[in-house]
Design a protein around this ligand. Structure first.
Ligand code: SF4
Ligand code: SF4
Length: 191
């Protein structure tokens, strides 16, 4: 529902604006002088040697989640590429050798120069196969092609870099729950 915001009644001096502008400048100058007098209080980083600590839910470069056998969890359903407003996900499906799964991606590419990091692909995925929690927020390259991440790059991550409570990531090869998840996969009870 629309909210009506009342217009404040300005006094004569407020409506002239100059005094308000100088009051604003005085506030800025006050902060600058205070920071210069106490430089240890500056919120700065020795970038790029020191990288910013991002929150875990920060939307950064994508990764494809892995099954316990290392295969991608993606079933090539095209939900993410359909939801993507930038049309930057390119998938080619092929038949999966696993008889429990119909399809898998033969090709899965994301053009990061087109991506707007909206996270719709993650929201749209019905099987938690794509995430944007790598923490890689600074992406550099010397050609346009360098910004297209393929399936191999999307699957190139280590469970040790993710928290122990992220059980899905720990099911991947090398993760703390891999043996247990592999046994479940073998018995057909893994989802
Ligand atoms: S984050 Fe948004 S723009 Fe980027 S690939 Fe996902 S859906 Fe597309
Ligand atoms: S929505 Fe998920 S399962 Fe479907 S193609 Fe995208 S990543 Fe794969």
């Amino acid at each position: 529902m629309a909210k009506v915001v009342a217009r404040p009644d300005l006094s004569f001096w407020e409506s002239v604006y100059f005094i308000e502008i100088f009051k604003g400048l005085a506030t800025t100058l006050g902060h600058a002088v205070r920071n210069l007098a106490r430089p240890e209080g500056f919120q700065t980083l020795d970038y790029p040697e020191e990288q910013p600590r991002l929150p875990r839910d920060y939307r950064s470069q994508h990764r494809l989640m892995k099954r316990p056998d290392g295969e991608s969890r993606c079933v090539a359903c095209y939900m993410c590429s359909t939801a993507c407003p930038a049309r930057c996900i390119s998938i080619v499906a092929e038949e999966s050798p696993d008889h429990h799964i119909e399809k898998r991606p033969a090709k899965f590419e994301i053009d990061l120069l087109l991506c707007v990091f909206c996270g719709y692909c993650v929201e749209a995925c019905p099987c938690d196969a794509i995430r944007m929690d790598t923490g890689k927020a600074v992406i550099v390259g010397d050609s346009r092609a360098g910004f297209v991440i393929d399936k191999a790059k999307l699957l190139d991550w280590n469970p040790a870099d993710y928290p122990a409570e992220d059980l899905r990531s720990q099911e991947a090869p090398g993760g703390s729950r891999n043996a247990e998840a592999r046994a479940a996969l073998k018995s057909g009870t893994h989802h």
